[in-house]
Design a protein around this ligand. Structure first.
Ligand SMILES: [Zn+2]
Length: 419
């Protein structure tokens, strides 16, 4: 069988594996909270809070969707016309057209162009966040964070580009197989290593001082059989008013991280509700499960890129001979961008199911639906979440159940739970 035949077989196998993993590991059965409960919850929220959240979301919407559209157009312009390959040649020229210069310099230049074009929309977003009091870091803080995230992406991107095009040179007929394995490994590595390496670039962490809340959280984790080493406080208030908490690390390094904003704004019972939700993620192994499906998806994506990328009309449009050339990186980026837009709603759906399970876990663990509900109200108030967002937006991109869904779930639990 030819490499192409093997690639089709591999893609079919990976596709089946992704579907089976998603069917088995994602909690699909849980019925959503009754819509009547959701509407009752919506009516009870303060009208001015709902109005302000909707104004805020409406202010973000035009920039957000335009950025998505412009990003797509630029990716298509760089990938489906010779523009991308010319840019990469241009970057490689001072280095004697060396393939490493084309691969790393050219690849990063293409990504940078795509980023710079959407930069005005990112700035607009920051202006809206500032106007509504959600961003607290000012323009210089925003710019520093932006440069930091560019730097992190550039380092990871350079390693990935060099690795990928080295494999292509070493195995010109079978690169897709090694590339698929490499992409899966990279996803796994980033998922476990990135939080540990990147968190300290953006935040400083300090141990939560001993006290009733710390004791309560450590006990909660022990009761849940999710041993944690420590409870840390992140100084997120330097940049945002948003409140959050998460559990990161594995085994002996596992820790609970709580934003300082959360401690300032919420009651201890509400903080406990948030942490119980995060412990649910740890307990149900949501990060490893997400990593597994992500790794399988990344591997499938590489094989699909190989197969789609050898279609002659696409190569002609991009002005390249093969999708495996460094000069064809724009074409790869265009295909990845389109795939990303198509799979966003699928990922959002899976994420919402997993988040709903973590909510159910938090309710069962704390048996405190009142604190859970008041936390949801508070979260929505601080983060200016639309408690019941437009259906199409929710279906396309919402990573969490809506506020009214989460409140309705708490009420359904309270009705069923023994007093
Ligand atoms: Zn969650």
């Amino acid at each position: 069988m030819s490499p192409r035949g093997w690639a089709m077989l591999t893609l079919a196998g990976l596709g089946i594996a992704v579907v089976v993993a998603a069917l088995v590991l994602i909690p699909w059965q849980r019925p959503p909270a009754p819509r009547a409960d959701q509407l009752a919850a919506l009516r009870e929220l303060p009208a001015d809070q709902v109005e302000r959240a909707r104004q805020f979301r409406a202010a973000l919407r035009p920039g957000g969707w335009t950025a998505l559209g412009v990003g797509l157009l630029v990716a298509l312009a760089l990938g489906l016309t010779p523009l991308g390959s010319r840019l990469i040649e241009l970057v490689g020229r001072p280095f004697g057209d060396h393939w490493i210069a084309q691969a790393i310099g050219g690849g990063l230049a293409v990504v940078l162009v795509a980023d710079l074009v959407t930069l005005p929309f990112a700035a607009w977003r920051h202006a809206v966040l500032t106007r509504y009091g959600l961003a607290t870091n000012g323009w210089s803080g925003w710019a520093v964070d932006l440069l930091k995230s560019y730097a992190v992406s550039a380092v990871i991107g350079a390693v990935a580009l060099l690795g990928f095009y080295t494999v292509v040179r070493l195995a010109p007929r079978w690169w897709w197989a090694f590339g698929a394995a490499g992409a899966a490994t990279l996803v796994a590595l980033l998922s476990f290593v990135l939080p540990v390496l990147v968190e300290p670039v953006f935040n400083r962490f300090s141990p939560m001082p001993p006290g009733p809340l710390r004791t309560e959280l450590m006990e909660l984790a022990a009761r849940d059989s999710v041993p944690v080493r420590d409870v840390l406080v992140a100084d997120a208030s330097r940049r945002t008013r948003a409140v959050n908490a998460y559990v990161s690390g594995l085994g002996p390094t596992r820790r609970i991280v709580v934003y300082d904003n959360l401690l300032r704004e919420a009651t201890p019972a509400e903080v406990t509700a948030v942490v119980a939700h995060e412990l649910g993620h740890a307990r149900d192994r949501d990060v490893p499960v997400g990593t597994l499906t992500g790794a399988l998806g990344a591997a499938a994506a590489v094989v699909a890129l190989y197969l789609i990328g050898s279609w002659p009309p696409l190569l002609r449009l991009a002005g390249v001979d093969s999708v495996a050339q460094p000069r064809a990186f724009g074409l790869l980026l265009a295909l990845v961008t389109v795939a990303g837009l198509i799979f966003t709603p699928v990922q959002a759906l899976m994420s919402r199911r997993i988040e709903a399970r973590a909510d159910a876990h938090a309710l069962a663990l704390t048996r405190d639906p009142e604190a859970f509900e008041s936390m949801q109200r508070r979260l929505a108030g601080i983060n200016l979440a639309d408690p019941d967002p437009p259906r199409w937006e929710y279906l396309y991109s919402a990573s969490h159940p809506s506020t009214v869904e989460r409140i309705a779930a708490a009420r359904a639990y309270a009705r069923k739970a023994p007093a």
